[in-house]
Ligand binder design. Structure first.
Ligand code: GLC
Length: 729
């Protein structure tokens, strides 16, 4: 309690007083008694958990809701146990707590790092107000496979964008002072390569090459470690046959060693138990030993450390130094959070009451939401709609859904708390009539259960078709239920679930003047819609303010500025499909069949990475590339707004290292800038490429910058670019 000492000294003073059992207690994390976010922990453990809290044998709790409950548990630990070490309370505050912003994949589509940081700031403020000190976010897993449900939780397929977004979110969560009562510790997850499950199937085997590991998977983790993220969560998967939770190379040699990470590693939910399931340990005792020695500092809900680590230390299987290192890392964060100085600093019922759903938070969520929307098609400028537009039909069950827009990671928020699309539209116009078109989902809102899709009941079609016939324009809101993406929600198809495509075509047959509003947690394959419909808006799951943001864009109060952070395929058979692919040995179309292609589908995506339209048009000209000091390259481009309304454009910079000692992708994002341009305005956008952007990791994990021919590209997306050659000395 000696605040005169610095944190390191206070940590040592405390460590010297702790028994082995108390040290191991700090490495032990329990979920609350009735909330689980994984395979269920037996309710019967509540007694054991309470006993351990009083005995000082618990370091952290997760899934505890609200100040009152957190205060009660903190009081047990602080006032009943021998040393009174405070608990750290973690929760999945993924894109907000009560007030929800857009799902992280949607946020990434804004390419607006300031807005993304602000969204995390709001999330931290509300989380801290309800007593929490730690979020299990940002998820910085890169993924190229839209079948995997958790693509909604990351920043898409690109490591450069993923790193920038990850850093912005960590800054937003942690702020400048972790001891402040509106900041929380962040957690980069899932270390590592969880986003590459075979066949896109959740929790499946990961088997990827060294070059992908070093040049795609690791960079976002390294970026957030360098930005000061205080915790990391490991992954469920094996990597080269070794479970991440048991992987000393990953956790000790690389993360804590080479990268100098000084925070702590928490296991994922019961991932220590899963070391046994993977066949990497004979039993939980052996798994506990392996996990601790591999650098997993805290055990989430496996009850492995609490039951087996003491004997392991006594037998010498786990050196006491391993335990001491883990405990130092854990209690250091508690000092940094100010929990020793005031364990109840986050337990203020008045702040809890006033901060959740605060108007400033709702405004920030709306700002983030409108910036996350991507305009995919707008033939003959059907959009924006005029406020005077007569006879607008709104069709689709998702148009009135007030829960799906919250996405799947909404366990801290409230069902039915989103503004629906219909509510947003009605705030603009009364010339609107609604028809559901039939149930799309028949199901539960319990996130532990599967969603049932309506595949048979067409009784709602007739009413929707009749309304479309009587209307001038039809806004169809189609897509996925909030629980059809997210953890444990992989799909083998990327189409519109259930009877939605059938309903769309039936409505189109009587009125082709359709604006499709997509509400989804992953890229979808919608080739029919792209071919037939005049307008398509990608609105993801935009959180609490969803309906207002969508209405603002549909009626033109906001000019859409989003760009896809993940490639949209034509066909699920193309997956994994991504822009920064390799050439292959046969990239070019040949006279014969012997080149890299399908016999039944094009190679190209439906919409490429970085793609997004605007209600105005932008022209790119005069790309200039020149070498400057220190092997850096100055790149400049003129971007002009050729339309009659202002708009924001994400100017994207790509490179290709033509020849290297490890084959390099056909292009890699290495810079972007979101610029606002008034009608007729032109700006010169300048990028500086340094060795940091020009180099890559070789298969020994060494970062190298090799001389030779580069192509420098700048454009409005990863496909439509101006390019210039450059020779690096
Ligand atoms: C889940 C997720 C992880 C989450 C943790 C706690 O299984 O994999 O991302 O933070 O358990 O809920």
């Amino acid at each position: 309690m000696n605040t005169e000492q610095n944190t390191a000294a206070r940590v040592e003073t405390l460590l010297q007083q702790m028994t082995l059992a108390e040290k191991i207690g700090q490495m032990n994390q329990y979920s609350d008694f009735w909330e689980v976010t994984g395979p269920n922990s037996q309710a019967g453990d509540a007694e054991m958990k309470l006993d351990h809290l009083v005995q000082g044998r618990v370091g952290s709790m997760l899934n505890v809701r609200g100040v009152e409950h957190i205060y009660k548990l903190q009081k047990l630990a602080v006032e009943e146990s021998r040393l009174g070490i405070p608990l750290i309370f973690g929760f999945d505050v993924i894109h907000g707590h009560k007030t929800l912003g857009p799902i992280p994949l949607a946020e990434a589509a804004s390419w607006d790092l300031v807005a993304i940081e602000q969204a995390a700031r709001v999330a931290a403020t509300e989380a801290a107000a309800v007593g929490l000190n730690w979020t299990f976010a940002p998820m910085v897993d890169i993924s190229r496979d839209a079948r995997w449900g958790r693509v909604m939780e990351g920043a898409g397929e690109d490591p450069y964008l993923g790193a920038q977004v990850g850093v912005a979110r960590v800054k937003g969560f942690q702020g400048e002072d972790l001891a402040a009562n509106n900041t929380i510790a962040a957690c980069a997850k899932h270390f590592a390569a969880y986003g590459f499950p075979e066949a896109g199937r959740e929790y499946n085997t990961v088997d990827i090459g060294t070059s992908t590991l070093y040049n795609v998977v690791f960079p976002p983790f390294r970026a957030v470690v360098d930005a000061g993220v205080r915790t990391v969560m490991n992954a469920f998967n094996i990597l080269n046959g070794v479970p991440a939770t048991a992987n000393s190379q990953l956790q000790r040699d690389l993360l804590k060693g080479a990268w100098g990470f000084d925070g702590f590693i928490v296991s994922d939910w019961r991932s220590v138990v899963e070391i046994v399931t993977h066949g990497f340990a004979a039993d939980l005792q052996e798994a506990a030993i392996i996990a601790a020695n591999a650098g997993s500092d805290m055990d989430m809900e496996s009850y492995a450390y609490i039951h087996h680590l003491e004997a392991a230390v006594v037998s010498g299987a786990v050196p006491i130094a391993v335990v001491d290192d883990a405990v130092r890392r854990i209690v250091r964060l508690k000092f940094e959070l100010g929990l020793f100085d005031d364990p109840y600093r986050y337990c203020d019922v008045e702040r809890e009451r006033t901060m959740i759903y605060h108007p400033d938070h709702l405004a920030a969520a709306l700002d983030m939401a409108r910036k996350s929307i991507v305009l995919l098609k707008n033939q003959d400028n059907l959009l924006p709609l005029s406020r005077k537009q007569e006879k607008i039909a709104v069709i689709g069950a998702l148009a009135v859904d007030k829960t799906s827009p919250l996405g799947s990671w909404r366990i801290g928020s409230d069902d039915e708390s989103a503004v629906s699309v219909l509510e947003g539209l009605l705030a603009y116009s009364q010339n609107i009539r609604y028809a559901q078109g039939g149930d799309v989902f028949v199901g539960t809102t319990d996130f532990r259960e599967e969603i049932t899709v309506n595949e048979t009941d067409r009784s709602g079609f007739a009413e929707a078709i009749k309304l479309a016939q009587e209307s001038a324009v039809v806004v169809m809101v189609l897509g996925e239920h909030g629980f059809q993406s997210g953890e444990a929600r992989s799909r083998t198809q990327l189409d519109l679930p259930g009877l939605q495509q059938e309903l769309l075509e039936a409505v189109y047959a009587v009125n082709p003047n359709i604006v499709l509003v997509l509400m989804n947690g992953r890229p979808l394959a919608i080739p029919w819609a792209d071919e037939h419909l005049p307008a398509i808006l990608e609105t993801w799951q935009l959180g609490t303010q969803s309906g207002h943001a969508i209405a603002e864009v549909l009626f033109g109060d906001y000019n859409p500025s989003g760009k896809l952070p993940m490639t949209f395929p034509r066909n699920v058979g193309q997956v994994p499909i991504y822009y920064n692919h390799f050439r292959t040995g046969r990239p070019a179309v040949a006279e014969d069949v012997f080149w890299s292609h399908y016999i039944d589908e094009a190679n190209t995506p439906l919409y490429p990475f970085g793609y997004g339209l605007s209600y105005t048009t932008f022209a790119y000209a005069n790309l200039s590339v020149e070498g400057i000091a220190g092997r850096s390259i100055k790149v400049s481009i003129e971007v002009a707004n050729q339309g009659n309304r202002s708009g924001e454009e994400v100017v994207q910079l790509y490179i290709c290292d033509q020849v290297a000692t490890v084959a390099r992708p056909v292009k890699e994002l290495k810079g972007f800038e979101k610029v606002e341009l008034a009608p007729g305005e032109m700006k010169v956008v300048v990028f500086i490429l340094t060795e940091k952007e020009l180099g890559f990791f070789n298969n020994e994990g060494m970062f190298v910058v090799e001389p030779g021919a580069f192509t420098i590209m700048v454009g409005t997306n990863s496909r439509d670019v101006l390019s210039a050659d450059y020779r690096l000395a």
